[in-house]
Design a protein around this ligand. Structure first.
Ligand code: GLP
Length: 242
C-alpha cells in the first residue's frame, strides 16, 4: 500500500493524474477503470491538459466506468455517460468505441450487467481502477452492506448518497434516481491496481473509517485494503482524522 498525502485538492489531482499517465505509458493497450464525481474533475482536467501538451496519448486506451444511474440515457446531462464526455473524452484522442459505461437505460438491466462483466473480461481485465469514496463509504455505488464478492449489478441508492449527489439534480435528493448499475466490490478488486482519491474535510471521517476501521462490507471502501497493489491519494483535509 502506498499512502500519499498532498497539501490540497489541486496537488492531489496532479499526483493522481501523473500516476494514471504513468500507468498508460507502461502498457501497449492500457485498460483503465474510470470514476465520476467532483473529486475526479481536477484529475481529468490535468489529463486533458497533458494530452493537449502532447505528452499523453489515449489512442490505445480502453476504459470501463464504475457506474451509471438507472433510467438516464447517455444524452442526459445528469448521466455519467455525459459526465465522461464532458470532462474527459471530448478533450483527448480516446477511441469512443473503446470507452464503456453500463447502460442505465437498458431494458434488461441484469443482462446489461452480465454483458458488462463479460466485456471487462474480454478486454483482459482492468490495469488501473480509479476510485472515489462516497459519504456512505461506497466505491462505485456499492452501498453498505456490499459483500466483497459482488459483481456488476443493479443497486438501490442510499438516501445519503442521493443527498450527496443532489446538486446535479437541481438540489433535490428525490430527483436523484433511486437505482444505479455499478461494478461490484469483487469486480473492483479484480483490477490489477487500485487508486483511491479523496479530498476535502467532508471526507475525513469516512476516509478514516475506510483506512483504519474494520475491513467490512459495511464500508465497501475498506475492501481495498485486501488488494495487493493499491495507492491512496488524499489531501491534508481528507487525511485529518487518520
Ligand atoms: C458518486 C460515485 C462514486 C464517487 C462519489 C464521490 O457517488 N458513484 O463513484 O466516488 O460520487 O463523489 P464526489 O467526488 O463528488 O465526492
Amino acid at each position: 500500500m502506498k499512502l500519499i498525502i498532498e497539501n490540497d485538492a489541486g496537488t492531489a489531482a496532479t499526483a493522481a493524474a501523473q500516476l494514471i499517465a504513468e500507468e498508460i505509458g507502461t502498457h501497449d493497450t492500457p485498460v483503465l477503470g474510470l470514476a465520476t464525481g467532483r473529486t475526479m474533475e481536477g484529475i481529468y482536467a490535468r489529463l486533458a491538459q497533458a494530452h493537449e501538451q502532447g505528452t499523453l496519448d489515449f489512442s490505445c486506451v480502453t476504459s470501463f466506468n464504475l457506474d451509471e444511474y438507472v433510467g438516464l440515457s447517455a444524452e442526459d446531462p445528469r448521466s455519467y455517460h455525459y459526465y465522461m464526455q464532458d470532462h474527459l473524452f471530448r478533450f483527448v484522442n480516446i477511441d469512443l468505441h473503446r470507452t464503456h459505461l453500463p447502460d442505465g437505460a437498458a431494458t434488461d438491466l441484469d443482462a446489461e450487467c452480465a454483458a458488462y462483466e463479460a466485456q471487462i473480461a474480454r478486454s483482459g481485465g482492468i490495469d488501473l481502477q480509479l476510485l472515489g469514496i462516497g459519504d456512505t463509504g461506497h466505491i462505485g455505488f456499492n452501498e453498505p452492506p456490499s459483500s466483497f464478492d459482488t459483481r456488476t449489478r443493479c443497486v438501490e441508492l442510499d438516501e445519503a448518497t442521493r443527498e450527496q449527489n443532489a446538486a446535479m439534480f437541481g438540489g433535490d435528493p428525490n430527483a436523484v434516481p433511486h437505482e444505479a448499475l455499478t461494478m461490484g466490490v469483487g469486480t473492483i478488486l479484480d483490477a490489477r491496481r487500485l487508486l483511491l482519491v479523496a479530498t476535502g474535510p467532508a471526507k475525513a471521517g469516512i476516509v478514516a473509517k475506510a483506512l483504519e476501521g474494520p475491513i467490512t462490507p459495511e464500508v465497501s471502501a475498506s475492501a481495498i485494503r485486501l488488494h495487493k497493489n493499491y495507492v491512496i491519494i488524499l489531501d491534508e483535509a481528507s487525511a485529518a482524522e487518520l
